[in-house]
Design a binder for this molecule. Structure first.
Ligand SMILES: [Zn+2]
Length: 248
């Protein structure tokens, strides 16, 4: 059985100096009228189904729909997947556009994990850093439930999960950012989070202003582009408005 890849798009947003994600309607909003210096990004977690195991990469903004449903729950339901059926959640980092869907408030108003049966894989230093740092990039309520939870497996600098998902702490975008490479039979899927957020950044030399260490991110992308090309990786782009999955 091969791997099924399902991008769970939450839509297109602009983000500027205020670090607030504003929904952008591609039909009616005018690109040139967005605030100067703002970015246009997709918000797009990924569901990978590998031999019946449901794996999520990042969790979206954590916005709720008018009916009160968490957006990522709604998007999973569209593919016939219940939140209870998610087995593993991998987090590249804990910025609010990636960690917003880790937890939610139930109808009874109880703060709970959005995926009650999942193991959450999080870099421990990223968690400690995020707890300290807080706003505007981190929203502590998004992830504080991870602390002392039996549902968490803390990651460090480098390693593998059951031999098939390799992880590596990269820094670059934020000091303890991580990336993941899932290998299954002859196929490889790379989730580069915000070090490799969009296709065009993978094929251009590009230093991003929003990175903690933009030069480091650029050098990492060059390395991943080379490795990915020879390894026939499928790159999963969290912020690409056009192409969620690309092979170089
Ligand atoms: Zn991001």
């Amino acid at each position: 059985m091969s791997i099924q890849v399902i991008p769970l798009s939450e839509g297109v947003f602009t983000i500027g100096h205020d670090k607030i994600f504003h929904p952008f309607n591609q039909d009616s909003d005018v690109l040139t009228e967005r605030p100067q210096g703002s970015l246009l990004v997709e918000i797009q977690p990924f569901l990978l189904i590998v031999d019946g195991v449901n794996i999520l990469f990042d969790t979206g903004l954590g916005f709720t729909l008018p009916n009160g449903q968490l957006q990522i729950h709604h998007n999973l339901a569209n593919h016939g997947i219940s939140p209870n059926a998610i087995d593993k959640v991998f987090l590249s980092h804990l910025h609010k556009d990636h960690a917003g869907g880790i937890c939610y408030d139930t109808e009874q108003g109880v703060r709970s994990f959005s995926f009650p049966n999942a193991i959450y894989y999080v870099n421990q230093k990223e968690f400690e850093y995020a707890m300290q740092k807080g706003q505007p990039s981190y929203v502590i309520e998004d992830f504080e439930l991870l602390k002392n939870s039996s549902q968490v497996e803390w990651l460090n600098e480098k390693g593998s999960i059951q031999g098939s998902i390799l992880y590596e702490q990269t820094g670059g975008h934020c000091p303890y950012h991580s990336v993941f490479l899932l290998e299954h039979k002859q196929e490889s899927y790379f989730f580069g989070g915000d070090v490799v957020p969009q296709y065009k950044q993978l094929i251009m030399r590009y230093v991003a202003k929003y990175d903690y260490d933009g030069k480091e991110s650029m050098l990492l992308r060059e390395r991943y582009a080379l490795e990915g090309k020879s390894g026939h990786w499928h790159f999963l782009f969290y912020h690409d408005v056009k192409q969620p999955v690309v092979q170089l």
